[in-house]
Design a binder for this molecule. Sequence first.
Ligand code: ZN
Length: 466
Amino acid sequence: MNLYTRFLRSLVLPLGSRLAGYGDVMPTLRRLEASQWWSMDELRALQNQKLRRLITHVYANVPFYHDWMDQAGVKPEDIQTTDDLVKLPIVDKHVLTENYPDIIRDHSIPKSKLVPAASSGSTGERLHYWTTKSQKAKKWAGLFRWWEMVGYEFGKPYGTFRLTPNRGLLGWPILEHLEWRMLRHVWLSAEEMTDDILLEYVQRLQRTKPIMLRSYASTVYYLARRMLNLGIRVPVPSILTTGETLTPNMRAAIEQAFAPGVVTNEYGGEGMQIAAECELHDGMHINAETVFVEIVRDGQRLPDGELGEIVLTNLDATAVPFIRYNIKDVGSLNNVPCACGRGLPRLAHLEGRLTDMFITPDGHWLTVHQFSGFFEHISSVRAFQVIQKAVDEILIKLVVDEQFSEADQQRIVDTFRRYLGANNHFTLEFVDEIPTTPAGKRRFFISEIIQGTGNTLGGDETQESS
Ligand SMILES: [Zn+2]
């Protein structure tokens, strides 16, 4: 660890984060850096200890979970280990939404300390929940530990590639400048991606030489395709992807464009850093100090190696507890120790978080993150679905509630006119509900013009969004 990294770690980051109310970041990171090397038994003991504390606390302070346990005939003392969790029913987004904002929250936390949060998940229907600065700090500590697994140290240059504007690290105004200058962070953001902008980004990457580039998988995949088509390559040692399923084809294209760089994938959701690949890329290490993962099918817990629905218990969060929460993704578990030496169990496979991305003929990008990010701020929109009808024609289906106003509509029209550019048409259609697929999934991004071959992404692996 060099002197500058040490200076940031021991002085700047602890001070800056404490001032912003996120004082838990660095102490948590230090604990996680140590505990990743514990044995699986030691980690299991920690999980059980945290689980007992969580269940006791939640039973006393969260009305929904109190009733939920009573109805299941389970007392806090019946839950001693993570094996006992099967005594409790599984919850999902609908259950939590029905009990939001009050019945589902931790009444021991003053309301002034609760931070509203929303996630779109993989179904396009938003989940609202409460979090706290402490919980967010712990999530960031999990992310920082992952970055460190692939060679990052504070102070080394890194980049973020996104389609949304920069809100600063952790959204702290005080750290926004610190982030850019002291942490040597390059932010590449664009709502449109013309060849000129792309070339400018490539030059910035060549000049600033980030050791890692963070992005949603589909976003950086698209950038990589464009670069390869234009014959451009930029070496970036680590490309960190998150947000959706990363297919082998996507990984190969990204690694080609940023050669000799290596892609490392992460999985998060509902305010949790859930799992991430280590430097060996053999499955994803679960952030087991915080998240307990079960794989379930037809309500039954499955053994290691079998594919099923991912059911999560957040061992730290109480603002809105996530206990046996079905996140509606599909994966399998691997409890064989990884050759890297970390005791953290792994997700062997992760399927079903694939999202599509559209590109209009004049170079405007459309991703699901753009839409979900935008609609998160319009609370009267309950659900949405975007359909590309023709190469220059987009249909946006909206389910709205009675609060929906003329001003909301104007905001949507203005924003999407900007997103789509002058040469593309879009229509808003108000519907009662967004239909689900035969498999019961609600797709929120559908391209009717991409039929398996010859699409603008040059591959057929991004067909099925889920
Ligand atoms: Zn490993």
